[in-house]
Write a protein that binds this ligand. Structure first.
Ligand code: ADP
Length: 476
C-alpha cells in the first residue's frame, strides 16, 4: 500500500484472513489487503446502535447535519488522489476515471448537504372551514444499502448522502470485491464528525447472509440496492415480508441510436464515452448500437478508428484507458457472447486478440442482428455490437424490446424526431446527442426491470423520507 499516503484511510484494515476478507488487484492478481468481516451478532448490534443514534441524528437541525456532510465532502476532495489510487488498486479502472469517480461520488454528499435544508412540507387548502391541513417530511429511520463493485465510492455516496441528510442512519454492505474504498470513505466521514453509529460499513460471512439480515430486521425501514435485476428481485421479495420501502437500481440494456441526420463525429465521441468507460462495466453503458443504414459504414469506420486509440492495461499506468474486467467468470461470459454472435454471422471490425489475465481487447462487432444474445443480454464488457436499421418505427420497436429500461441514447439533429423518439423510448433516462448523462443534480433511475426509485436530484432525498399528513381540526 505504498501508493496511499494518508494512512488513516487504511486504519480499518485487519492483518489476516482470520479476521477479514482478502481483496485482490484485478490487474495483477496480487493481494492488496484484508477488509474486516463482522459476525452476525455484531451486525445485529450495529443495527440496534444505528437505531438509537438515529434519534439524536434526526433531532439535529438540518443545518447542523448539512455542516457535517459539507466537511465530509471537503475531506473526500482533499483525499482524492489516495482514494483514486485505492480504487484503481481494488477495482482496476484507469486512475483518471477513478479520480473522476471520487469527484462524482463526493458531489452527492455536497448536493444532499444542500438538499437537507429543503425537505419542505406543504399546507393544503382544507375542504371545510374547521380544518387546517399540513404535511411534514420525516426520515424513515434506519436505512440500509447493498452496493456493487463497478463504482465503489459513488454507489455508496449517492445513497448515504440523501439518507444522512434526511436524518436517517445508514448501514451499507459494499461489494466483497471492492470494500476498501467503502471503508476509506466512511473513515473520512468519521473524521468529519459523523457519528460511527450513524454511518456503518459492514461485510458479513456472505452477501446473502447480510441481505437476509437487512431485509428481515424490524428496525430497518428502507433497503436500497444497486446491482443485478436478479438479486434486486430477491431483495424486494425478502423486503415484502415486513413491507419495507425499497429503492432498486438494477440492470440495463441501453440502446445507442444513430439516425441518418446525426452529427456522426459527435455520435462517435458519445459512443466512446458511453460504451468504454469503466471497460464497459456500467449499468448505463451503451449495450447495443442501432445505426441507420445510410450512415452505417461511416459510423462503423470512425468508431473503429477511435477504438484503436484505446490502451488496455493496468489502470495505474500512464495513458491506460481500459482496465481489466472484474473477474474470470465475467470475462468468460463476455467472450461467450462475442463467440455466439460471431457464430451467427457477426463480424469483428478489427482482429479479435485474446489478452492475458482479466484484460480484454475492446472490439466492435458489425452485421449484428437484433435477435442475437449479445443484444438482449447485458454485456458489461468492452464490446460494441452494431445493428443496422431503416425506419423510425422499426427502430423504436427494437429499442424497447427488452425487459430493461434504464438509460438510452440517440443522435439526431431533427427537432421533431428528437421529441418523438425521446417520448417513445421506454427508459428512465435518455441522452440526446450526449453519451454521458450522470450527474448528482438529475434523477437517475430506471423503469421496467431496471428498478424503482430515483437517486440524485431533489427526488433522491424523498426515497429516505416519509410524508406525514397532519389534520388540525376544531378551528372555530
Ligand atoms: P453485479 O453484477 O454488480 O456483481 P450483483 O447483484 O451480483 O451484481 O451484486 C451486487 C451486490 O449485491 C454486491 O454487493 C453483492 O455482494 C450483493 N449480492 C449478491 N447476491 C446477493 C444476495 N443473494 N443477497 C444480498 N446481496 C447480494
Amino acid at each position: 500500500m505504498q501508493h496511499i499516503h494518508n494512512k488513516s484511510l487504511l486504519s480499518f484494515m485487519v492483518p489476516n484472513e482470520k479476521q477479514g476478507i482478502a481483496v485482490t488487484n484485478p490487474a495483477t492478481g496480487e493481494m492488496i489487503g484484508y477488509a474486516p468481516i463482522s459476525s452476525e451478532q455484531s451486525i445485529l448490534d450495529g443495527i440496534e446502535r444505528a437505531s438509537i443514534a438515529q434519534k439524536e441524528w434526526s433531532a439535529m437541525p438540518a443545518k447542523s447535519r448539512a455542516a457535517l456532510l459539507h466537511k465530509w465532502y471537503q475531506l473526500l476532495l482533499e483525499n482524492k488522489q489516495d482514494l483514486a489510487r485505492l480504487m484503481t488498486l481494488e477495482q482496476g479502472k484507469p486512475l483518471a476515471e477513478a479520480q473522476g469517480e471520487v469527484v462524482y461520488g463526493a458531489s452527492f454528499i455536497e448536493w444532499f448537504a444542500e438538499e437537507a435544508k429543503r425537505t419542505y412540507g406543504e399546507t393544503i387548502p382544507a375542504p371545510s372551514a374547521d380544518k387546517r391541513l399540513v404535511t411534514i417530511k420525516q426520515p424513515v429511520g434506519v436505512a440500509c444499502a447493498i452496493t456493487p463493485w463497478n463504482f465503489p465510492i459513488a454507489m455508496i455516496t449517492r445513497k448515504a448522502g440523501p439518507a444522512l441528510a434526511a436524518g436517517c442512519s445508514f448501514v451499507v454492505k459494499p461489494s466483497e470485491s471492492t470494500p476498501l474504498s467503502a471503508f476509506a470513505v466512511a473513515e473520512l466521514a468519521y473524521q468529519a464528525g459523523i457519528p460511527r453509529d450513524v454511518l456503518q460499513v459492514v461485510l458479513g460471512e456472505s452477501s446473502r447472509q447480510v441481505g437476509g439480515i437487512f431485509t428481515s430486521h424490524p428496525l430497518i425501514r428502507k433497503v436500497s440496492f444497486t446491482g443485478s435485476t436478479q438479486v434486486g428481485s430477491i431483495l424486494m421479495q425478502q423486503s415484502a415480508h415486513d413491507v419495507k420501502r425499497t429503492s432498486m437500481e438494477l440492470g440495463g440494456n441501453a440502446p445507442f441510436i444513430v439516425f441518418d441526420d446525426a452529427d456522426i463525429d459527435e455520435a462517435v465521441a458519445g459512443a466512446m464515452a458511453s460504451k468504454f468507460r469503466n471497460a464497459g462495466q456500467t449499468c448505463v453503458c451503451a449495450n447495443r448500437f442501432y445505426v441507420h443504414s445510410k450512415v452505417y459504414d461511416e459510423f462503423v469506420a470512425k468508431f473503429d478508428a477511435a477504438v484503436q486509440q484505446l490502451k488496455v492495461g493496468n489502470g495505474l499506468e500512464e495513458g491506460v484507458t481500459i482496465g481489466p474486467v472484474v473477474s474470470e467468470s465475467a470475462k468468460q461470459n463476455i467472450q461467450a457472447l462475442i463467440d455466439g454472435a460471431v457464430e451467427q454471422g457477426a463480424e469483428p471490425v478489427s482482429e479479435l486478440k485474446a489478452l492475458d489475465g482479466l484484460f480484454m481487447q475492446p472490439v466492435i462487432l458489425k452485421n449484428v442482428t437484433h435477435d442475437m444474445a449479445i443484444v438482449s443480454q447485458e454485456i458489461f464488457g468492452p464490446v460494441a455490437p452494431i445493428i443496422r436499421f431503416e425506419t423510425d418505427e422499426e427502430l423504436i420497436e427494437m429499442a424497447n424490446d427488452t425487459i430493461y429500461g434504464l438509460a438510452s441514447y440517440f443522435y439526431s439533429q431533427n427537432i421533431h424526431r428528437v421529441w418523438k423518439i425521446a417520448e417513445a423510448l421506454e427508459y428512465g433516462m435518455v441522452g440526446i446527442n450526449e453519451g454521458l448523462i450522470s450527474t448528482e443534480v438529475a434523477p437517475f433511475g430506471g423503469v421496467k426491470q431496471s428498478g424503482i426509485g430515483r437517486e440524485g436530484a431533489k427526488q433522491g432525498i424523498d426515497e429516505y423520507m416519509d410524508v406525514k399528513y397532519l389534520c388540525f381540526g376544531g378551528n372555530k
